[in-house]
Design a protein around this ligand. Structure first.
Ligand SMILES: [Mn+2]
Length: 477
């Protein structure tokens, strides 16, 4: 008999809603699974990919992960894993580092036998390269065999990988496929093989409404649960509460009705999503969010997709952004040459493709102007020096501009129900060094993770003080 915990889609390092608290939640969920594994004395923890949210986890995420894996190792419980689409890198995988440290075993086409079960692994493979797969696995002489894989497999939602093909083409007769990628937990039988997703361990999107958990899988001749070889049981995890409030406003109803509905729920430390529909008056999302926060919510997001009458009724509560940029530039006391460059980068009149050439030309012109190079000296200014926003510059989780809250709210609950398995494939990184996985599904990239990466956000930050004002220029060029 072999008893293992089957988990996956941990997404450590995800600062969901730009929240450091949420970031910690994802690591805590992993720790909770490992605690259970140690308490229960299972034979192994099997991880089906997406341990990390991002292919570039930060040091704190790596340190946290290593200390959790060390606990497991100290208890003598092996950690067997494959690589998911989120964390996949071009070169070596983070999992290889953990293996080198003696904290993990990366599964592949050679069997790793625990108890009387042989475990094999199949990392996430982009759709375009699946035809090349031969599903060749080395022999084993264990009693049972399981394939651990990351991808969207039939017969579950959003599937793009044919499970029966995998099972028929592979040399091994698997008793179970222990899967990751689809964040919705589910189990089915395909060609006499049990196929199961444990789901994500924290809600990586507001579409993941049901409770989170993991699988306890037992390989045993006397296993209960419908099959005499494999028993799959689901165990719940205690995760961050999410509260979903839908409000349909009737004519004449407005913000006070929304508050009334929101107040019906226990919002303490919860992530709160308020969805407003109906015929009623316009509601200011920020006001509802503030109300929910006052009621104890950790995070509040309002979605109101109703058509707003364009009668000028809507108050724009922020100043003209162009004005703000001009004021800021004045404060910065940039040199004339730096202003030339800044305007080339920012102004709509210069097409993106021409920015590099325009900047080069303008700088050359300034250089040609004379020997004194006065255009490169900072101008005198009476305005105060650039101030203390810089203190926060390194802390990308906490200093997101307020405006983000509205955007973040509106795109999260709109996601497809399943998962982020798919969407996540391709964390919103518009960087050129992304792996091919990202190019497979560009349409899904932006859906669920506006905050997957701090860099693009910073590059797009109109406030030059949030970086040093120099580095970000390179991003534009
Ligand atoms: Mn995932």
């Amino acid at each position: 008999m072999t008893r293992v915990i089957h988990t996956g889609d941990t997404h450590i390092g995800y600062s969901q809603y730009h929240s450091p608290v949420r970031r910690q939640d994802f690591l805590d969920a992993f720790e909770a699974v490992v605690d259970d594994a140690v308490d229960d004395g299972v034979d192994a923890v099997v991880h089906a990919g997406d341990l990390f949210h991002d292919r570039r986890p930060e040091l704190r995420d790596l340190m946290g992960t290593i200390s959790v894996l060390r606990r497991l190792d100290d208890a003598g419980v092996p950690f067997l894993a494959v690589v998911g689409n989120h964390e996949s890198t071009r070169g070596g995988q983070w999992l290889d580092l953990f293996e080198r440290l003696g904290l993990a075993t990366r599964l592949g086409d050679e069997p790793v036998v625990v108890g009387d079960t042989a475990f094999y692994g199949l990392d996430h493979v982009p759709v375009s390269r699946r035809d090349d797969l031969d599903y060749a696995f080395a022999d084993h002489d264990a009693e049972y065999a399981a394939l651990v894989a990351h991808g969207l497999f039939e017969p579950f939602g959003y599937a793009d990988w044919d499970t029966e093909t995998v099972l028929t083409e592979s040399d091994i007769d698997f008793d179970a496929m222990l899967l990751g990628d689809n964040h919705k937990p589910d189990t089915a039988e395909v060609a006499d093989t049990w196929v199961t997703y444990p789901g994500s361990t924290e809600r990586a999107s507001a579409s993941e409404r049901e409770g989170r958990g993991y699988n306890l899988v037992v390989f045993d001749a006397d296993a209960a649960g419908g099959d005499d070889r494999v028993e799959i049981r689901r165990r719940a995890l205690d995760t961050r509460p999410f509260v979903f409030v839908s409000v349909e406003l009737r004519e004449g109803e407005g913000e006070s009705r929304v508050r009334e509905r929101v107040r019906e729920y226990d919002l303490a430390e919860a992530v709160v999503h308020v969805d407003i529909t109906g015929e009623g008056d316009p509601v200011t999302p920020a006001a509802v969010e503030e109300f929910a926060n006052d009621e104890g919510a950790l995070i509040a997001r309002v979605t109101d997709k109703r058509e707003v009458d364009a009668d000028g009724e809507v108050d724009v509560s922020f100043a003209d952004p162009e004005d703000a940029v001009r004021d800021r530039l004045d404060e910065m006391a940039l040199s004339t040459a730096a202003r030339d460059v800044e305007s080339a980068v920012r102004e709509d009149t210069v097409p993106d493709a021409n920015v590099r050439e325009t900047v080069k030309r303008r700088v050359e012109e300034r250089l040609d102007e004379g020997e004194d190079l006065g255009a490169f000296e900072p101008v005198e200014t009476a305005a105060e020096p650039i101030e203390t926003d810089d203190d926060d510059a390194g802390d990308d989780d906490s200093d997101e501009p307020e405006g983000e809250t509205v955007d973040g709210g509106s795109d999260e609950p709109a996601d497809e129900t399943v998962d982020d398995g798919s969407d996540e494939s391709d964390t919103g990184e518009p960087k050129p060094d992304d792996s091919d996985a990202d190019q497979q599904k560009p349409d899904e990239s932006a859906t669920d993770e506006p905050d997957a990466e701090s860099d693009p956000a910073e590059a797009a930050d109109p406030d030059p003080a949030s970086t040093d004002g120099q580095v970000s220029m390179e991003d534009y060029l």
